[in-house]
Design a protein around this ligand. Structure first.
Ligand code: CP
Ligand code: NVA
Length: 307
């Protein structure tokens, strides 16, 4: 990959996206072959928000490649409070070979990446969740064979996961829809960048406030929590605003009969999705979770092999 860091799918070329998918496929089929490929490399994991999948998939992933990880909890380093983002980065780069960071402001990840010479991987910000979207499109590829004529619909809050799915769609030529309540649409600047990328691939990017219109004949229906990490105080008001966007049997039945149901997890069952959808045979939520491991191994390998 041309870039030192993995911060946004928008930063990748179309070829790089497919290169990661190819390597992911190879690593998933034959993990043993790569068991020493990052031998001795250490990845620092900075978490300023909770996590199950991201932490476990990075820790297991780096170990399966022969390296190791150090978990740094929110209370450990308190970036920007106990010391500056710059000082955290300059210290870590003397001791580790890469940094994965999950934080609030996207600017923190950009600042850290600029400060250090080692790779920085975005493990979720308020703006983007690129590792998730890469795992999701890899899952779609496994299930559907290719991205031709696929309608991928995101229903819910147009924030981090939706933004990264939109960037991925633009790179892969997917017909992407975001159906959100008024005032919760994807950010204009993300939409505009995605539209630029879409010119190259013929992807179509649509935004609507009408979930039924979006889900009609969909190949993939995706949702995420209504209140993201850091928005807990808004949970009650959001429950009312987002109720018409719940992915239940009625809404999901508008999609194609073989449509995939996807969710990055954690899910708030009974809120953004009902059990009869998330537990149905159309649901691939745990395949997505597993593919976080395989995709991130490919990303770590590409970024850290020459460190
Ligand atoms: N999907 C995801 O990133 O899960 P965690 O928040 O548990 O890491
Ligand atoms: N939008 C969610 C995604 C969790 C993986 C959040 O930011 O909390």
């Amino acid at each position: 990959m041309r870039n030192k860091d993995f911060i946004s799918i928008h930063d990748l070329t179309v070829e790089e996206v497919y290169q990661i998918f190819e390597l992911t496929k190879e690593m998933k089929a034959n993990p043993q072959k790569f068991s020493k490929s990052l031998e001795g490399k250490i990845l620092a994991l900075i978490f300023e928000k909770p996590s199950l999948r991201t932490r476990v998939s990075f820790e297991v992933g780096i170990r399966q490649l022969g390296g190791d990880a150090i978990y740094l909890a929110p209370s450990d380093i308190q970036m920007g409070k106990r010391e500056s983002v710059y000082d955290v980065g300059k210290t870590l780069e003397r001791m580790v070979d890469g940094i994965m960071i999950r934080t609030f402001g996207h600017d923190i990840v950009l600042e850290l990446a600029k400060a250090v010479r080692i790779p920085v991987i975005n493990g979720l910000t308020d703006l983007l969740h690129p590792c998730q979207a890469m795992a999701d499109y890899f899952t779609i590829l496994e299930k559907k064979g290719d991205f031709k004529n696929l309608k991928v619909v995101f229903v819910g809050d147009g924030n981090n996961v939706c933004h990264s799915l939109m960037f991925g769609a633009a790179k892969l030529g997917v017909n992407f829809w975001a159906a959100t309540p008024k005032g919760y649409e994807p950010k204009k600047e993300i939409y505009e960048l995605a539209i630029e990328d879409a010119k190259q691939t013929g992807a179509k990017i649509n935004i609507t406030n009408n979930p039924e219109e979006a889900v009609k004949d969909a190949d993939v229906v995706y949702t995420d929590v209504w209140a993201s990490m850091g928005q807990e105080s808004e949970a009650e008001i959001r429950k009312k605003i987002f109720q018409p966007y719940q992915v239940n049997k009625k809404l999901f039945s508008l999609a194609k009969p073989d449509a995939l149901f996807m969710h990055c997890l954690p899910a708030h069952r009974g809120e953004e999705v009902t059990n009869d959808v998330i537990d149905s045979s159309n649901s691939v939520v745990f395949d997505e979770a597993e593919n976080r491991l395989h995709v991130q191994k490919a990303i770590m390998y590409e970024l850290m092999k020459n460190q």
